[in-house]
Design a protein around this ligand. Structure first.
Ligand SMILES: Cc1cc2nc3c(=O)[nH]c(=O)nc-3n(C[C@H](O)[C@H](O)[C@H](O)COP(=O)(O)O)c2cc1C
Length: 440
């Protein structure tokens, strides 16, 4: 491929290790090598964090949904509170970024600012917050609401909450802590400020009760895919996560996000676009294909059918598994909560002319993300092309079965990326600096 070295030389391909319970594949927990109880033990998470750190991943990323999920996702529900886990992992790692998910709909800005600020302090500047508005009705029920606030309102609230959180992080000036033993002054009162945030949804007086986080603002990630979500990401996020499976569409999304960031008066280079990739890697392409077939053989079609039916808002149980997926359903629109996921999946079904069974397996293995099956070199070539041709600044690496596929990715793909000169040396253990983002 044609290499765009003049930009690549100053850019580093970033890698987030995304850990969903026992792996991103629906059937991860049923694989012969998996211990289905492991993800409720701290040892499991420590092992993964250390492997990812040793392999040079820039960050670990833990998602979160505040409800017990449906049958196909139940194994993900043994994922504990991300902030609790990441705090424990901060103690046993020194370099890897620690990005956790928290909701602007269900958490108060004071809690959010304090928790992520605390994580930033104990990890010496490695914290990140994946900002979600939450979208699942089950989450609403867990917090006493009859239903979720609508999409527009959730984003309006998210804007208000994030503005308040940033103000709280800034409530301590950089050198506010004097620790002046001689004169008995711990901090300079004049450098610690009330924030008096009074927004449409949240209020907080401040100041925060911990000093300014080492990074200023812990790194902010978001995954907006609706117009409101993209506008929010362009305004607030350092990293935007996205679901893309076609290079052309990924380039369009990338260009749009950079343009929106510029329109907000930001340096577009300071909004990093990171699509997800599901790597199925082995020493030969045939072995990689055998591996995905083995994983798919453990997926339960009825669970996947229920999940796809709920995504599409239609009961699919009467459809023949091996007939082509009905054309009229290919143009379905998901509910507000699942629209981007539905668009991504149906786009793949149209492009690859999938039967219902194949679509269910695509849901099990790829969830609409880029599914890359092949050798380390095959997968590195795909990542290089996306990186060099304006589709990605890095990737959310979603290994299907943990920790095995993380180890295989580290052994087979990362050295290939290094050979191609796109990983470069890391600049700092502080996450912002490592990602080339300004300390605020
Ligand atoms: C990689 C990735 C990770 C996500 N993680 C979570 C998560 O942990 N919890 C959650 O509630 N939503 C999560 N989402 C959903 C997004 O926050 C967002 O709601 C979705 O992309 C739809 O965008 P929209 O809200 O702009 O319509 C994730 C999305 C992506 C692409």
């Amino acid at each position: 491929m044609v290499s765009n070295r003049n930009t690549a030389s100053s850019r580093r391909l970033h890698l987030n290790a995304v850990i969903y319970g026992l792996g991103s594949h629906e059937a991860a927990w049923r694989m012969p090598e998996s211990d289905p109880y492991a993800s409720m033990t701290l040892d499991y998470w420590i092992d993964i964090a250390k492997r990812a750190e040793m392999s040079g991943f820039d960050a670990l990323f833990l998602g979160d949904v505040l409800a017990l999920q449906d049958e196909a996702d139940k194994h993900l529900s043994s994922a504990m509170d991300p902030l609790v886990l990441l705090s424990a992992l901060a103690a046993v790692t020194t370099q890897i970024g620690l990005i956790g998910t928290a909701s602007t709909t269900f958490d108060h800005p004071f809690h959010l600012a304090r928790r992520f600020g605390s994580l930033d302090h104990i990890s010496k500047g490695r914290a990140g917050w994946n900002i979600v508005t939450s979208s699942n009705e089950l989450e609403a029920h867990n917090f006493g609401l009859a239903s979720m606030p609508d999409h527009q309102e959730r984003y309006a609230r998210a804007d208000d909450v994030v503005t308040a959180v940033k103000a709280l992080w800034q409530s301590w000036e950089v050198n506010a802590r004097l620790a002046d033993k001689i004169n008995g002054r711990y901090f300079d009162n004049a450098a610690v400020h009330q924030v008096d945030h009074t927004g449409p949804y949240v209020r907080t007086r401040g100041p925060l009760n911990i000093p300014r986080p080492p990074q200023g603002h812990p790194v902010l990630a978001q995954a907006g895919s609706s117009p409101a979500g993209k506008a929010f990401a362009a305004r607030h996020a350092d990293i935007v996560f996205t679901v893309q499976s076609s290079l052309d569409e990924a380039r369009t999304f990338y260009a749009e996000m950079k343009r929106l960031a510029a329109e907000c008066g930001r340096n577009p280079g300071h909004l990093l676009v990171m699509p997800g990739i599901i790597p199925i890697t082995a020493s030969t392409k045939k072995h990689a294909e055998d591996r995905i077939n083995a994983m798919n053989s453990f997926a339960v079609p009825e669970h996947l059918m229920a999940k796809l039916s709920s995504f599409l808002g239609r009961d699919l149980s009467g459809l023949a598994l091996d007939a082509p997926f009905p054309t009229e359903l290919l143009n379905a629109k998901g509910s507000q909560a699942s629209r981007s996921r539905v668009d991504a999946l149906l786009g793949i079904a149209r492009r690859d002319r999938l039967s219902l069974r194949q679509l269910l397996m695509r849901l099990a293995s790829g969830r609409g993300h880029l599914l890359a099956v092949g050798t380390g070199s095959d997968i590195a070539s795909i990542m290089e092309e996306w990186f060099e041709t304006g589709a990605a600044d890095g990737f959310n690496v979603m290994c299907p079965v943990m920790p095995r596929d993380l180890q295989i990715f580290s052994e087979l793909v990362i050295p290939e990326l290094e050979k191609r000169g796109i990983r470069g040396p890391k600049s700092s253990d502080m996450l912002r600096e490592r990602l080339g983002l300004p300390v605020i």
